[in-house]
Structure formats: structure tokens, C-alpha cells
Design a protein around this ligand. Structure first.
Ligand code: ARG
Ligand code: ASP
Length: 720
């Protein structure tokens, strides 16, 4: 009996292990490192079907969307799918009070109605290559960090240049494993990307910031765009003559859905993780950086909120800013809780102790690695106060919109003083600033910024010693006797940079000597002082320590690999294309609470509250719910599935990534993680970390039945 139990326990453990989803893997190494495991978990396609340079593969349909999201090509006419929150900025920019696409949604009923988005681009990976040897050529032991960096820079430049000679591609070399390896990425960028469709916010952002980072989730977080190219199917700047892109490959869409334990993988652009830091770094992030950032953001959000509630215009102006500030605010809260619950710092400390013992057990190793952990400790002790000052500067100082805006006039002021500058140069700058001012004031409400200013300055002065404050902040606090409201009133009334009319007039008659007026502006003076504080008192010190830490971290990475030779190490996310895989899975977030792996339309009806902005349900959606008019998009049990969770290891940047089944067909769109698992950027816990995906059937149901844009579904390759 005992024997059977042990055997059973071992079996259970192995099953559990093979379902674990930790890791963000390099597509070109899948065959070598991951394919057997992926197949054992149920995958029916091959690593070559995912990434190949010899034949078309799934990678030809995966895009970096804008600067920080992923999108995928889902038709042979260049139709692409991403999240609503990834296209949010574009949808917002097309929205006005009369044409409020944010609230009502937008659907192009034919291609002529698709809307161009200047500044938005998508990027396709052509191929990648391990170039470690070339990049590290000439590096010798004992070189200083600066010498090393210079050689790497030169080698990188040469490698990138050679790689794209005679092509219209771009090339970029990126470090992996803290500079122990280097990979080259050849990419193609498309600049004519048009908005095709977005659901109304009460679908695309259902649950809003209240449900953000949480499970159970009911957000229809998707939007659609289309890539346009010139007549030769090549990337081109926007032109009405451009035509839809014909991709090398597009992803088939499955209507079969997923069930618990089904294999899934996520293919996209995770932004950044830091899984191999020492305990001191985790302590600094969670104890020194996150708490003030959380508190300062909370203050800003409270002020945004009170004004957005009162005015539709302010709501449109600040919705995107609100989402941005709220997102990381909530993430940091979750991360801190997760780190504590996981005892992550203690776990790292225990490993560090074992590591040092292992290092010191051998004379050779002792010399190489024996002093690493103490070196980290002393570097982080020095970095702590600097990073605290930096957190305040970013979250309090740069939290003021007019302050950042005022500083953007710095170059104009400098150029104007430069006698050798031509009138032409100045005019160009002025024209540019006029247009940036227009953009700034379109989404600016002075009373919001004024209240934010008073609140953030008060917090900054209260929590930081005088030496850690920018000179001007410290001085004005004394002048105004800590009456931040009076300071705010006077500053916002006097400055050019808080008043569209005054600023326009000023720019309209700008002459070289007008720089004096910029330099005399109280907001400009304050902004100068804040930025100078950063450039003279913070950045040089933090850079110096960062350089030291880079070198320690590079050695520590290599050492960890030697110390745990049986562990499979994956490189931290760095905004390059990765594959992560796991299974559809539920979890227990806390004692006695169980979370199922999927949500349904019933849950939307449960959450409905017409009096709360985030929980309004569209009448049309209710009608479809009441008549159960789900068509072919219903699950086998007749329900409408909204979202599902799994153990795929994802992070910021993975939003919009395709979630694929064992056959490489699209079953979902990744858009978030659960709150209990947001510490996965620092330490992954297979028990608690889940990625949240939109069920593709809900997306198609909304496009087809709700929006009446079935022609888009017709474009796709459906697998029923
Ligand atoms: N938490 C998701 C991610 O990190 C979605 C953020 C956008 N939504 C929001 N309510 N702010 O990006
Ligand atoms: N919502 C995130 C994104 O925008 C995804 C995540 O952090 O899990 O990329």
C-alpha cells in the first residue's frame, strides 16, 4: 500500500512538472530545447511549423504592434488582431464628442472606411541568428566594463550593417542572459496600419480598471487593424493608393474552444522580466520603489477620477492617461503581495546561501564567484537611496503634465541662444512645437493638472530629505511655507505652458530673442530644476552602479547555470519574439477559494450595473443573451465563453498575442494576467501564475452578431 502511494505521488509530481508553464523560449531554439516537452504536453505540430526560415511558418503572422504590444495576421488580406487596450490610443485619437468611437465602437463596413493611424507601425520578424561569437570577438578577461562596452558596440554596428546590406530590412542585435549571448534580429516594418474595428468600451473594456489584472474576467479586449502596402506588396508610408498586404502566412481560427488541461502556447513579444536578480534587488523593488510609486499614483488617479466623473470631455481626454497610470499602479500592488506570499526574498536568500557555499567549496570557484553575493549587497545598498530619489522624481515630478511639456521647449530655448542657428532651423522647431502643443492641449484639462501638482509636490516634500529634492522644489516649499495650493494657483495662472491661447500667440510671433520669455517662465524654471536634479544628482550615480551591476549580473547568470546544471534556463524577456507554453488550468487564489478556468456571458449579466460606468451592458448584447443567439460561436454546452486562463508564462508586451492550440490554430487572444500571479516578472509560481485570454469565439460573436461585421469573419480561415 505504502509503495503504491509513493509511486502515485511520484507520478503526480511528474505530471505537475510537465504541465508547468514557466519560461519564455527563443523560437529558433524550440526544436532543440522544447519540442519533446511540448509534444508530451499534447502539441501536434512541430517546432518547424512555429519557426522556420526555410518555409512559411506561424512566425510570419506574428507582429510587434506599436511599441509595446503583439498582434497577429488572421486573413490573407492583412487583417490583424490585437487587444482593445493596445489599440486604445488610436481609437481615442479618432474619437470626438460627436464621433465617440471609444464609447460606441467603430466598424469599417468596407475597406474604404478603414482609418489611417499616423505614427503606428507593426513589425514582422524575418529571421533571427545567434551572433554571440561575432559580438564578443576581441573581448579579453580583465577588461573594464567601458572597454568591453566599446568593443561590443563596434561589433554590433558592423554585424547589423552587414546583415541588411542591399535590403530594406532593419537589423538589431540584442543581449541575452545579461550579455552572455547575443542574437541578431532582421525585421520588416509596416507604417500604413488602419483601424478596422473596435467594440464599444463597455465590451472592449468591460470591468475597466476595477477588473484589470483580475480573474474572473469578462473583458472583450480586442480590436482589429489592417496592414496596407504598395502595389509590390512592400511596406510604404500611408497613401490612398496602398493596397491590403498579402502575408506569407496567416493564422487559422478554431471554433473548437479549449478545455481544462488542453495544451496552449502563446507567441509574441514579452517586454521585460527579471527572473535572475539577487534577493537585494527584489527587496529594493518591493520595499523602496513600489510603495511610493503606488501611493503617488493613487493620488493622481483620485484626482483624474473626480474630474472624469463630472464631464464627458474630460473623460475622453483623460481615459488613456488614466488607464496608463492605473495599470502599473495595480500591477505593483499585486507584485508586492505575490512576492510576499511566495516568500520570494527568503527563497532567493536561501539559494544565495547555498550558492556561496558551493562556490567556496572549490578554490577556483571561490576566486571567481565567492564574493558575488556580498558584492551585490554592497552595490544595492548604494543604489537604494538613489533609486528612491529617482522613483519620486519620476512619479511625483514627471507626474505633472505641464512640467514635462514645459521641458519640451528646452531645445528651442537653447537653439535660440545659439548665434549660428539659422532662421530656418528655428522656424522648423517652432512649427513642430505648435503641432505638439495642439496635441497636448487637446487632452489637457488645467484644473486636473493643477490639483495633481499640488498633491504630488506636497507628498514629495513630505517624504524626501531636502538634499534629495530638486533645488527649486525645496526652495518654493519654503517660500510658500508648504502651502502647495497657493503655489499651484500662482504657477498655473502665470505660466505659458498651461494655457493654449497664450502659448499659441507666443509661438505665432516667435523670434530668437523670445527665448527669454521661455527662460523666465516659472514652470520652465521648475522643469529645468527637476531635470537638472536628475541629470546631475541621480543619473551619473545610478549609471555608475548599474554598470557595476551589469558586470556582476553577467557573472552571476553564468554562475547560476553552473550551479544548477540540470535546470533549463530561459533568457529574461527583452521585447524579442518568444514562445511560452502551458495548459488551460484553474487555481486556488486563497484559502477555500477556487477559480474555474473559464468565464461566460452569464458572468457579464451578473456584473451588470447600469449605474457604474465599468459595468454597463449594451442593450444589443443583452438581447443576444436573452435570445441565446450565439450561432456557431457557442460552446458545446450552449454557453458563450468569454475568457479562459492557463499556465503560459507571459508579461507586459504579450498583450494581443495569439493563444494557439495543439494544432497551431487561434483559440484566444492573450490580454492580461491574474493579480495573484503578477510577481511572475520576478519569480514565477506554477501554482498561482495564470495568463488571461479572450476566447476567440466571443470575439467573432461580437464582430458578427453584435456589430454586424460578418464580412470580417468571412475573410478568416475558420476551423469548425
Ligand atoms: N493589465 C493589462 C496589461 O497590463 C491591461 C491594461 C489595460 N487596461 C486597463 N484597464 N488599464 O496591459
Ligand atoms: N496586459 C499586459 C500587456 O499589455 C499583459 C500582461 O502584463 O500580462 O501586455
Amino acid at each position: 500500500m505504502k509503495k503504491i502511494t509513493t509511486l502515485f505521488a511520484i507520478l503526480l509530481i511528474t505530471v505537475r512538472l510537465s504541465l508547468a508553464g514557466e519560461g519564455m523560449w527563443i523560437p529558433m531554439l524550440l526544436e532543440q530545447l522544447n519540442e519533446p516537452e511540448m509534444k508530451s504536453m499534447g502539441m501536434r505540430i512541430s517546432a518547424e511549423d512555429i519557426y522556420s526560415i526555410n518555409k512559411s511558418s506561424l512566425k510570419d503572422a506574428i507582429l510587434l504592434f506599436g511599441r509595446g504590444c503583439t498582434a497577429e495576421i488572421i486573413s490573407d488580406q492583412g487583417l490583424i488582431l490585437t487587444n482593445h487596450h493596445c489599440g486604445y490610443g488610436q481609437i481615442q485619437r479618432h474619437s470626438t464628442l460627436e464621433n465617440d468611437y471609444l464609447t460606441r465602437g467603430f466598424w469599417a463596413m468596407d475597406k474604404s472606411q478603414e482609418l489611417p493611424n499616423p505614427g503606428l507601425s507593426v513589425t514582422l520578424l524575418i529571421r533571427m541568428e545567434d551572433v554571440t561569437k561575432q559580438i564578443l570577438e576581441g573581448i579579453k578577461p580583465g577588461m573594464t566594463e567601458a572597454e568591453r562596452a566599446a568593443i561590443i558596440k563596434a561589433n554590433t554596428g558592423k554585424t547589423e550593417k552587414q546583415a541588411i546590406e542591399g535590403t530594406s530590412y532593419n537589423a538589431r542585435v540584442r543581449p541575452f542572459y545579461y550579455g552572455n549571448e547575443y542574437y541578431l534580429f532582421i525585421t520588416e516594418t509596416f507604417n500604413d496600419v488602419r483601424l478596422v474595428g473596435a467594440p464599444p468600451s463597455n465590451i472592449g473594456k468591460f470591468g475597466g480598471d476595477t477588473d484589470n489584472w483580475m480573474w474572473p474576467r469578462h473583458t472583450g479586449d480586442f480590436s482589429m487593424f489592417r496592414i496596407y502596402v504598395n502595389k509590390n506588396n512592400e511596406p510604404a508610408e500611408y497613401s490612398p493608393d496602398n493596397v491590403p498586404y498579402k502575408p506569407k502566412s496567416h493564422i487559422p481560427v478554431s471554433l473548437k474552444g479549449v478545455e481544462k488541461n488542453d495544451f496552449t502556447f502563446v507567441f509574441g513579444y514579452p517586454g521585460s522580466t527579471q527572473e535572475y536578480l539577487p534577493s537585494y534587488a527584489i527587496e529594493m523593488i518591493t520595499e523602496t520603489e513600489n510603495p511610493p510609486a503606488i501611493r503617488l499614483r493613487e493620488k493622481r488617479l483620485g484626482i483624474f477620477d473626480s474630474y472624469m466623473e463630472q464631464s464627458d470631455l474630460v473623460r475622453i481626454q483623460y481615459s488613456n492617461k488614466y488607464a496608463g497610470v492605473a495599470n502599473y499602479w495595480k500591477k505593483m500592488i499585486g507584485e508586492n503581495r505575490g512576492i510576499r506570499k511566495l516568500d520570494a526574498i527568503e527563497k532567493k536568500q536561501a539559494i544565495e546561501k547555498q550558492f556561496t557555499e558551493w562556490a567556496n567549496a572549490d578554490a577556483g570557484r571561490a576566486g571567481q564567484y565567492g564574493k558575488l553575493i556580498p558584492a551585490f549587497e554592497s552595490a544595492y545598498r548604494k543604489l537604494n537611496p538613489i533609486s528612491e530619489a529617482e522613483t519620486y522624481l519620476i512619479e511625483a515630478g514627471l507626474g505633472v503634465e505641464a512640467l514635462r511639456f514645459a521641458y519640451s521647449f528646452n531645445q528651442l530655448a537653447e537653439k535660440s541662444k545659439d548665434k549660428s542657428a539659422s532662421a530656418d532651423e528655428l522656424n522648423k522647431m517652432v512649427t513642430q512645437l505648435k503641432s505638439s502643443a495642439e496635441g497636448f492641449f487637446k487632452n489637457y484639462h488645467k484644473p486636473v493638472d493643477r490639483d495633481v501638482f499640488a498633491s504630488l509636490m506636497a507628498d514629495w516634500v513630505q517624504h524626501q530629505d531636502v538634499q534629495a529634492l530638486p533645488e527649486m522644489v525645496a526652495r518654493q516649499a519654503i517660500v510658500y511655507n508648504n502651502d502647495f495650493n497657493t503655489w499651484a494657483d500662482e504657477l498655473f495662472a502665470e505660466s505659458l505652458f498651461t494655457d493654449a491661447v497664450k502659448l499659441n500667440k507666443f509661438l505665432g510671433s516667435y523670434k530668437a530673442k523670445s527665448y527669454k520669455k521661455i527662460e523666465a517662465d516659472p514652470f520652465y524654471i521648475l522643469a529645468q530644476s527637476v531635470y537638472n536634479h536628475y541629470f546631475t544628482n541621480i543619473q551619473p550615480l545610478s549609471q555608475q552602479i548599474a554598470m557595476q551591476l551589469d558586470s556582476l549580473q553577467r557573472i552571476y547568470m553564468q554562475a547560476q547555470m553552473e550551479f544548477q546544471p540540470n535546470k533549463r534556463f530561459y533568457p529574461d524577456a527583452n521585447s524579442t519574439l518568444r514562445v511560452t507554453y502551458g495548459v488551460v488550468d484553474d487555481y486556488y487564489p486563497r484559502d477555500a477559494v477556487f477559480y474555474r478556468h473559464y468565464t461566460t456571458l452569464e458572468g457579464i449579466m451578473e456584473k451588470e450595473d447600469p449605474s457604474v460606468y465599468d459595468y454597463v451592458v449594451e442593450p444589443k448584447l443583452k438581447e443576444l443573451y436573452n435570445t441565446k443567439n450565439y450561432g456557431r460561436y457557442a460552446a458545446k454546452d450552449g454557453s458563450m465563453r468569454i475568457a479562459f486562463i492557463g499556465s503560459n508564462h507571459t508579461t507586459g508586451g504579450n498583450s494581443g498575442s495569439p493563444v494557439l492550440n495543439a494544432d497551431g490554430q487561434l483559440v484566444g487572444v492573450n490580454f492580461d494576467r491574474n493579480w495573484e500571479g503578477t510577481m511572475s516578472d520576478l519569480m514565477y509560481d506554477p501554482d498561482q501564475c495564470r495568463n488571461i485570454s479572450l476566447d476567440i469565439r466571443y470575439c467573432l460573436f461580437i464582430v458578427d452578431k453584435f456589430a454586424g461585421a460578418g464580412h470580417l469573419v468571412e475573410e478568416m480561415t475558420l476551423v469548425e
